[in-house]
Design a protein around this ligand. Structure first.
Ligand code: ZN
Ligand code: ZN
Length: 350
């Protein structure tokens, strides 16, 4: 067999399942059978062409998909001493840095200075994604999954790892308070990781039925921003002081100002969403006078093993988040469910 089924983006807003060649693993690469692939807001924007200027994707046709899990099929040349064997279940990181620039050498390969050159790849964005039966990846981007983590759960490791990276960046301390804005998959997993990391109290800001899911994922309080001003609500819940940390998981340009408004003096804000180029207005005097730290969070360098360990131990249970699963042929339906907010994370089983 030399071809595989794949969801191919041939023109904007048109994802069609068709047969394309199975990729060959180059030296140092591994051929993988994809088992499950989640679809996120970035995928929606890519399908619509909203990230064209950024070069995501660089050209059409293109295969998207960057939140996935799979199984090792075959090893390329030069991997004789690799610990992975055919049949092993794995997840794959997407940022492949050059390995040589100052950022890569500090372990911050998500900020590789060669971004935009052939030495750098961001799979599912600038290099082929995983919404297909097979994919190839450099061996160093793979992490083995234990037997207890199934393929659908494995597809959530990517977003959970982003939460792990955010908590590390803000130097999250046990016993502290946090507010998470945006109960999408990323916000819910960030809350769950914060809970597992010793948060004393987590407040989720959002709306609708996803707030019920937030309570299942370790949040202590929820604020419906359609019913109450979120900054006033967080202040009310924290004796007027504000929380120690905020995590903006919305990608909405109006939210950073609210998130910063909900912080106590000396608090830290992590911004995890992309607005698609829109600008935000924030109160700069407040940053200075109250020594507020604002941090951007990009991807999840070195964080996959921690997320896998949290899931394996049961400290983070992702099962309430797996609600909508689609076959590859229904990828259009999966995207529509995401767009209409019906699904927190539609997962395509392949
Ligand atoms: Zn994503
Ligand atoms: Zn680099």
């Amino acid at each position: 067999m030399t071809t595989m089924r794949a969801a191919v983006l041939r023109k904007w807003n048109d994802l069609a399942v068709e047969q394309i060649p199975i990729p060959d693993p180059a030296p140092g690469e591994v051929l993988l059978r994809v088992r499950a692939c989640g679809l996120c807001g970035t995928d929606l924007k890519m399908v619509s062409g909203a990230f064209q200027e950024r070069g995501w994707p660089p050209k059409l046709p293109f295969v998207i998909g960057h939140e996935w899990s799979g199984e090792v099929v075959a090893l390329g040349e030069g991997l004789d001493d690799l610990e992975l064997q055919p049949g092993d279940k794995v997840v794959a990181e997407n940022h492949v840095g050059c390995g040589r620039c100052p950022m890569c050498r500090r372990g911050r390969y998500n900020l590789c200075e060669k971004a935009g050159t052939p030495g750098y790849r961001l799979y599912g964005h600038t290099a082929p994604g995983a919404l297909a039966e097979y994919a190839v990846r450099p061996a160093q981007m793979l992490h083995k999954l234990p037997e207890s983590i199934g393929p659908l759960e494995g597809a959530l490791v990517n977003q959970g790892s982003l939460g792990v990276h955010a908590l590390r960046r803000v130097e999250f301390l046990p016993g502290s308070t946090a507010a998470v804005f945006g109960p999408g998959l990323l916000g819910l997993l960030t809350a769950a990781v914060a809970s597992a990391s010793g948060a004393a109290r987590i407040i989720m800001v959002g709306r609708g039925s996803r707030l019920d899911l937030a309570l299942k994922m370790g949040c202590d309080e929820v604020v419906d921003y359609e019913k109450e001003d979120p900054v006033a609500a967080v202040k009310r819940l924290t004796a007027g002081r504000g929380v120690d940390y905020v995590f903006d998981c919305t990608g909405n340009p109006n939210v950073p100002a609210q998130a910063i408004g909900a912080l106590r003096r000396g608090g830290r804000a992590a911004i995890l969403g992309l607005t698609g180029g829109k600008r935000s207005e924030i109160d700069v005097d407040r940053l200075t006078l109250d020594e507020i730290d604002v941090m951007g969070i990009r991807s999840s360098p070195n964080a996959y093993p921690a997320m896998i360990a949290l899931m394996r131990s049961g400290k983070v249970d992702v099962s309430p988040l797996i609600t909508q699963v689609y076959p590859l042929e229904a990828v259009g339906e999966a995207l529509a469910a995401l767009e209409s907010r019906d699904a927190v994370r539609p997962i395509v089983e392949i």
